[in-house]
Ligand binder design. Sequence first.
Ligand SMILES: Nc1ncnc2c1ncn2[C@@H]1O[C@H](COP(=O)(O)OP(=O)(O)O)[C@@H](O)[C@H]1O
Ligand SMILES: [Mg+2]
Length: 384
Amino acid sequence: MQLERIGLRDYRNFEAADIEFAERFTVLHGHNGAGKTAVLEAIYLLNTLRSFRSSDMGPLVRSGTSAALVEATVQDAVAGIPSKLEVRLQKGERSTRRTASADGKVVRSGAKFYGRVRAILFTPEDLAVLRGSPSGRRQFLDRMVFARDRGHIADIQAYEKLVRSRNQVLKREDLSSTARNDLLDTYETGLSEVGARVWTRRVEMVESLADPFATAFAGIHGSIGSSPGGGTAMQASAHYVSKIESAADAREAALKDALAQRRSEDLRRRVTTVGPHRDDLDVRLDDNAAADFASQGQARALVLAFKLAELRAAREQSGQPPLLLLDDVSSELDPTRTAMLFETLASDAGQCVMTTTDAAFIHLPVDSAAATWRIDKGTAAREA
Ligand SMILES: Nc1ncnc2c1ncn2[C@@H]1O[C@H](COP(=O)(O)OP(=O)(O)O)[C@@H](O)[C@H]1O
Ligand SMILES: [Mg+2]
């Protein structure tokens, strides 16, 4: 898949802009607030029909207007023919309606639209994920799962809704214990069915990334991570952590049992204390929890390694590298690490779109096909 160009109409702060992408690297540079991240957001929208910045689509429509258009020309490497994709956002009274079409035909089911643009996103916020909250790590993981399995997001939403419903019942004081137990039975059956799917996909994602993650970290850390002459390279590993023990094929029953067992405790605490919404991703350096142990540089290298593992796994899965979207990375990494990043990208990525406040941060491999665009107040101008 090759993204050739994108057109933005009344989208975010862009009234009308067209951007062409190079075969390998496209650099978007400009001041803060110029609209760089908005361009990546538009590409991501073509990928997922969602924004990575807001769950409400309304803010994507330019202020003072009622409809936005994001359109793109994409070249399919296998079929060898260009296709035209469009996502329209129409502001309504209560919500914003989105309509996707391919080659002029409206595609009603999201499942039929997904996969035409496949992108992996890396933002500065990701770099803080190891030291942040478990919910941030779950989201980090869920985004990766979603890139592979489009059913995941609907399951997450259904699961979260069921947790809220169960919590409401736990808080109610007007119910007889029979009525309460009946309601809890119903919600717990739903929770364990959907929750087991969420749990399983996350575990499988972490397992499939374990080896490429360790290798990618060794690559990054081995070459730049240690002080001159000091120390042996450390081994990075990642595990999915759940409070519930279960065999891989018995998660639904295990979750149902755990919820039933926790019922009296949960009633006391008025909240659901077990299930995938309480799970975590545990990243380790040798035997140490990375969140407490890793230096700032190591923590960033670990996240970078995770994303590289995702990229490599996605490439292996489909035979083609996905489009890599890098937002503001250079401002967060020191120069050595930045150099390392580009070296790795050059060998691993196919097409890559990156944003920076200063093009001087970016040193692309000399022989690569690249384009540079200046983004300024919702306009885009090609420089090279
Ligand atoms: N719906 C909208 N209408 C008009 N302007 C918007 C809208 N949403 C965001 N903006 C503006 O668009 C810009 C988007 O900035 P952003 O993409 O985050 O910039 P950068 O990544 O270059 O720092 C900001 O200046 C923001 O105020
Ligand atoms: Mg930005």
